[in-house]
Write a protein that binds this ligand. Structure first.
Ligand code: GDP
Length: 175
């Protein structure tokens, strides 16, 4: 195919969100199609890459998975400053994690690249029996703020690839 000879389009993507919402697990699912039940927390940040096909182009995601702990917050601008895409994660069983996600949205709207494409992701949808954030509430917030919105599960894989491919579709590429 023609795409095999084409240079991949690089997309810098950053993951943000409260500690333990499942950021590293989402990346592990997307990059390796794996899941681990008791993941060690990320210290500082981790860098991974993954390629995916979008129409006849190859997208190479350069993924910065940041630590959620407050003591690392001051490092975050290093990772989002040049990012073209952001995945802001909360846990559908933890309302406080949605509030934290909203503060990340505000920070990116003020300080990141104005063209950044942001997805809000409610993770752990496999725990829907313990849900305490209604789908409609988070979706309405996402719509008001121009964010893509998904509920997903790193554990089962539900909607994980979709988060990344839908972001890739929205990025304003230079031709
Ligand atoms: P991070 O701190 O945001 O990177 O979160 P981790 O990826 O380290 O995940 C925190 C904990 O939540 C770990 O014990 C994971 O196994 C668990 N976890 C992550 N994603 C899911 C999910 O989709 N469903 C469930 N039930 N647990 C998850």
């Amino acid at each position: 195919a023609a795409s095999a000879n084409m240079k991949p389009i690089q997309v810098k993507l950053v993951l943000l969100g409260e500690s333990a919402v499942g950021k590293s697990s989402i990346v592990l699912r997307f990059v390796n199609n794996e899941y681990q039940d008791n993941k060690e927390p990320t210290i500082g940040a981790a860098f991974l890459t993954q390629r995916c096909k979008l129409d006849d182009r190859i997208i190479k995601f350069e993924i910065w998975d940041t630590a959620g702990q407050e003591r690392f917050h001051s490092l975050a601008p290093m990772y989002y400053r040049n990012a073209q895409a952001a995945v802001i994660v909360y846990d559908i069983t933890k309302p406080a994690s949605l509030e934290k996600a909203k503060t990340w949205v505000k920070e990116l709207q003020r300080q990141a690249n104005p063209n950044i494409v942001i997805a809000l992701v409610g993770n752990k949808i496999d725990l829907a029996n313990n849900r305490s954030v209604p789908y409609e509430e988070a979706e309405a917030y996402a719509n008001e703020n121009g964010l893509l919105f998904f509920e997903a599960s790193a554990k089962t894989g539900t909607n994980i690839i979709e988060v990344f491919t839908e972001l890739a579709k929205k990025i304003p590429y230079e031709q």
